[in-house]
Design a protein around this ligand. Structure first.
Ligand code: MN
Length: 171
């Protein structure tokens, strides 16, 4: 099952994180969680296919199209993780404080801004590129996540890039 890796990394007797169960009908929500683990990073998660497709973004998302932010794909997380905030105890996977930095909804789109189906969006993730519009508290407008090849990140390296639109900033 899609959440086997997620569950295998965690001891649910110790962490207050939710146990991994696959979700029901997709609501196309997203969340960005600030995770003060051994290295501070931001976890960017898109609700697709009954799970949260997840990337760890060391510097966090940017509204400046010139900032190409490294986004390391990590294991699928359960949809219920979208509301998770709390402290993962020392000695556990990802130990440290998690807070919600931003949340909202997204629309998967193609290069011509046509809305994609959930399956097309999942196929995009599998092929290594997904484009979407965010409507959130902090983030808004068009973004793309694109996979790129590198030797030192086990092939999990993507870039999160803001596209030029009215929500883009220059600084
Ligand atoms: Mn994390």
């Amino acid at each position: 099952m899609a959440l086997a890796v997620y569950n295998s990394k965690r001891n649910f007797k110790e962490t207050s994180e939710p146990e991994g169960l696959e979700g029901e009908k997709t609501q196309f929500r997203y969340v960005v969680q600030r995770h003060a683990a051994s290295h501070l990073h931001f976890d960017f998660r898109l609700e697709l296919g009954g799970v949260l497709k997840s990337w760890a973004v060391p510097k966090g998302p940017s509204l400046n199209p010139k900032d190409k932010r490294l986004a390391v794909m990590v294991e699928d997380h359960p949809v219920s993780y979208i509301n998770f905030e709390g402290r993962i105890p020392e000695g556990n996977y990802g130990a440290g404080e998690i807070t919600i930095w931003d949340s909202g909804v997204f629309t998967p789109i193609d290069a011509k801004h046509h809305t994609l189906s959930e399956q097309q969006a999942l196929d995009g993730v599998k092929k290594g590129e997904i484009r979407f519009m965010l409507t959130g508290d902090k983030l808004n407008g068009e973004f793309v996540l694109a996979h790129f090849k590198s030797d030192n990140q086990k092939g999990n390296s993507w870039l999160l890039i803001k596209h030029q639109d009215t929500f883009a900033v220059e600084e």
